[in-house]
Write a protein that binds this ligand. Structure first.
Ligand code: VG1
Ligand code: CO
Length: 543
């Protein structure tokens, strides 16, 4: 089979965001578009040659086409072995795990996470490096530079791979191995958690509902909850991955999974309700009559993690993204372990995890995971909760109440203003930035500003610096507001406003979150002139 060199012209928009290159499907369908991007990766990462590459995606529209293209380029660029999930399916955490267990030199993950799918939806690609984590800022910058000057790429002709049949297929000098998408991941989960105990918990009449939202986690949840843990089949809903996610928006939060919140507050509520997103890295946790915010989930899991088999040795540290509420900081202090604060995006956790400085990490955007993989992991979080409930005998409600009574409660909400005009959003951020130096010691709602600045991260492991990672207005421990622009959108700009308020008094632990953070929302709106400049009276999405 001949390797062909194809002449191409650069596209100038292949800069990656918070999590890979994300564009409308139609953008990816332009001639040579994906090929250029992948070739730029092969050009920048010569270590892929002669080595193993993992390929998979969340099953969204264009997944199979993209995987065929990727296999053809991989073979033409001298990759020795390609490992691909059956049907082209791999959840993001499962792909990261495969890269690790198979000692691959990297992986291509085709996903736009929770962004809607289908011909008019979004598509995306992430490059993960050896070790399983997302490529660093330095590497993605090099790849971007290469996409701007690329003039050719290589393909292997006649590369018809059957993605549905498990086993090996020879493609020129490259072996393509199609494997079961779930096996390795399910095995890992059984090493980390006490499956007997969770099975027993379910047998004793506790119930669980997991909504796969017609996205990638369906087969994983089916195998783990139903086949291995013995939950009744109805425990997993929307388990069949669909190319358009059933027309839905598999973003597990109170807006797009509102039906789960309704279930939690109904008389039929199971003991544990959960959902994941398009590519399986996010999670939402609810109990009877209670939604657990992601920042709380991180803190509560951290506080109880040592009860679980994979974590008996205790925690080496906790890491959270800067906008994530500071609930985990209280737990880290109590456990006397370091708390790391990183910029938004999972890639910033990987150095800490590799260096053994963090055991559990989390983001307010419904992301939680541990040192077991190098991506956030939706099902891991659900299993961790199930295991903690089974081990403590507490309900979600009891666990949360005890946690807040001990550590205090961080009320948290994120207000998103979506698809703003990009220049307008940048102007708003610039104006807000110019005010930051004047805010210290000023009053902000009913608090006093102790620190106001732009967050800049100094990676303690490799010394790299990530600047301009969001504006923060901090009022001691009591309150904090963060502003930043999203790096994952495919249209216009999205402004994210993160609101956090901390209380300790016993009578203040069960307020409605919206009420608790309302004064902060009003104060930041006035200060940053959000409604005035954006023309929006309210945010588009509140999570
Ligand atoms: C968002 C979240 C961030 C998350 C990223 C990828 O980024 O805020 O916490 O890591 O999405 O998640 P941004 O730049 O739009 O705020 V996923 O589930 O899309 O891989
Ligand atoms: Co995701």
């Amino acid at each position: 089979m001949p390797i062909r060199e194809i002449t191409t012209k650069p596209y100038l928009d292949q800069k990656t965001g918070t999590a890979g290159l994300r564009k409308k499907v139609a953008v990816f369908q332009q001639p040579h578009y994906l090929e250029n991007f992948l070739q730029a990766i092969f050009d920048c990462v010569p270590e892929l040659k002669g080595q193993l590459l993992v390929i998979g995606g969340d099953g969204r529209y264009h997944n199979r086409d993209a995987i065929r293209t990727a296999i053809s380029l991989a073979a033409a660029n001298g990759v020795a072995r390609v490992v691909v999930g059956q049907g082209g399916i791999l959840s993001t955490p499962a792909a990261s795990h495969l890269i690790r267990v198979r000692k691959a030199s990297g992986g291509f993950l085709f996903t736009a996470s929770h962004n809607p799918a289908g011909p008019d939806g979004d598509f995306g690609v992430k490059f993960n490096i050896a070790g399983g984590g997302q490529a660093s800022e330095a590497l993605t910058t090099r790849i971007y530079e290469q996409t701007k000057i690329i003039g050719r790429y290589y393909v292997l002709d006649g590369t018809e791979v059957n993605l549905d049949r498990c086993g090996e297929q020879q493609l020129g000098n490259t072996v393509v191995e199609v494997l079961d998408s779930v096996d390795d991941y399910a095995q890992l989960m059984q090493q980390l958690f006490d499956f007997d105990r969770i099975r027993d918990w379910l047998k004793r009449g506790h119930s669980l509902r997991f909504d796969a939202m017609h996205a990638v986690t369906g087969p994983y949840a089916q195998r783990i909850f139903v086949d291995l843990l013995g939950a009744p089949p109805g425990s997993v809903s929307n388990a069949v991955p669909l190319q358009d996610f059933g027309g839905g928006h598999p973003d597990p939060n109170l807006i797009y999974a509102k039906h789960l919140a309704d279930l939690a507050y109904s008389s039929e509520s199971p003991d544990l309700i959960a959902a994941s997103d398009g590519d399986g890295d996010r999670n939402m946790i609810l109990g009877r009559g209670l939604f657990i915010s992601p920042g709380d989930s991180l803190a509560m899991l951290a506080a109880n993690l040592a009860l679980l088999p994979g974590y008996r040795q205790g925690l080496s540290g906790i890491a959270r993204s800067m906008p994530t509420c500071r609930a985990a900081d209280q737990v880290a202090a109590a456990l006397k372990v370091p708390l790391h604060e990183t910029p938004t995006g999972w890639k910033f956790f990987c150095n800490l995890l590799d260096a053994g400085q963090a055991t559990i990490c989390g983001e307010e955007s419904f992301g939680t995971s541990s040192v077991h993989t190098r991506e956030k992991d939706g099902l891991w979080a659900v299993l961790a909760w199930a295991n903690v409930l089974a081990a403590t005998g507490l309900s979600v409600q009891e666990l949360a109440q005890q946690h807040w009574a001990r550590y205090g409660r961080h009320y948290f909400a994120r207000h998103d203003y979506e698809e703003l005009d990009t220049a307008l959003a940048e102007n708003l951020m610039r104006q807000a930035a110019s005010l930051l130096p004047t805010l210290a010691a000023q009053s902000f709602a009913s608090w006093t500003v102790t620190q106001a600045d732009e967050f800049s991260y100094h990676d303690p492991i490799d010394g790299s610096v990530a600047a301009a990672q969001g504006h923060r207005i901090i009022c001691g421990e009591d309150a904090r507001v963060v502003l930043r622009l999203s790096g994952t959108g495919t249209k216009g700009a999205t402004l994210r406003v993160y609101l956090e308020r901390y209380v300790r008094e016993a009578g203040a632990l069960n307020w409605a979150t919206g009420d608790a953070v309302a004064p902060l929302a009003a104060a930041i709106d006035k200060l940053a002139r959000i409604s005035e400049l954006s023309g929006r009276r309210t945010p588009d999405v509140v999570t």
